[in-house]
Design a protein around this ligand. Sequence first.
Ligand code: UD1
Length: 419
Amino acid sequence: MSKIVVKGGNKLHGEVNISTAKNSVLPIIAACILSEDKCVIEKVPMLEDVFVISDILRSISADINIDKDTNKVIIDTSNIKDCNPCSELVKKMRASFLIMGPMIARFGKFRLCLPGGCNIGTRPIDLHLKGLSALGAEVNVGHGYVEASAKKLIGDKIYLDFPSVGATENIMMASVMAEGETIIENAAEEPEIRDLAKFLNSMGANIIGAGSGTIRILGVKSLKGSTHRPIFDRIESGTFMVAAAITRSKIKINGANEEYLKPIIAKLTEVGVHISSQGSSLIVDGRDELRPVDIKTMPYPGFPTDMQSQMTGLLCTVMGTSIITETIFENRFMHVAEMKRMGANIKIDGRSAVIEGVKKLTGAEVKATDLRAGASLILCGLVAEGETEIADIYHVDRGYVDIEKKLKALGADIERVNE
Ligand code: UD1
């Protein structure tokens, strides 16, 4: 097991290159099931979750070639025979459910063990299943498995009770070859959904409105292979923006789409961070005095839940009272107990964290309890007095490429220790 050891106090400087988005790449790899032709995904981030979804596809006889030197992934699903992927792999990651839509669309069936993932809430899949049922699939859940079958999928109007990212993606993928038109209302609007639709349309799908609350999908007969380069990871960009802010430094972030980062830029600007764009780069300057703020996580274009723990870390170092309210996941304050070990002053009140800024954080032995929590503890370690050891770094490796190398190149005193 790896841990990361950070000695706090160094200012950051220089540039960092952002990888492509994990949350785009995972559904896009799943979407490759939809065509018998080869698909090529470029600039894929070499992350644990990418390896897991690739192994899940391999477990049903897909041929996946991952070139770690060029970051190119070639996916050939022409040999898929059975629709019952390896349960041990599926349990590793919640995003495994993303293969449900493509499997039912191409093979008319699947059997999947109920997926796992970060421990940030119960995370049901009822909306995904409701969508598949509306398209005509017969869905059964029992004994830890979800099974579905359909002779034919037929387009329908589907209203999502909540704009779930995964449900929107699954229904979009399930309906691309359904008969007639599918309309998803109250769809999630995250940029990764627009990216997935772009890829599906390049395969021959007919999707309009992805990235808005209403998505129309006109079913086509079949899809062909395609090549795609996913969008930059807005959460990784946001994490490095907070790294600049928490260390009161100025850095350049290469690979940042300003439009997709609007909710994060707006909040950091309110905190007092100066952010300007230069093409696809952002200059982030956190050297001015910072102010406390209130934040509520919301579906896109609201403030992303995936940036909540990093902002909590930052606000611990900003004098005054900040309140963060988490509305997306019910159990996403696990980093708070770890931050308190580092001297943070945070009180949890239901779905809100009340943060009183402290003069200094102090290094401690802490644990990454989930992916973003782990990242936030690394950020706190960058400014804590003395040494911070973050254990269970495998959570962080699910979503950040070489986080310690990127921070080290910016001047942080940080090492990975393999035990
Ligand atoms: C995706 C992202 C994750 C991000 C989350 C919210 C991927 C691979 N992961 O996860 O990083 O934190 O969006 O932005 O893209 N819900 C239901 N029933 C459902 C589905 C969801 O009640 O059928 C609830 C969940 O429990 C949660 C909320 O809806 O409380 C949001 O979940 P959702 O948008 O589906 O997140 P994911 O797609 O799992």
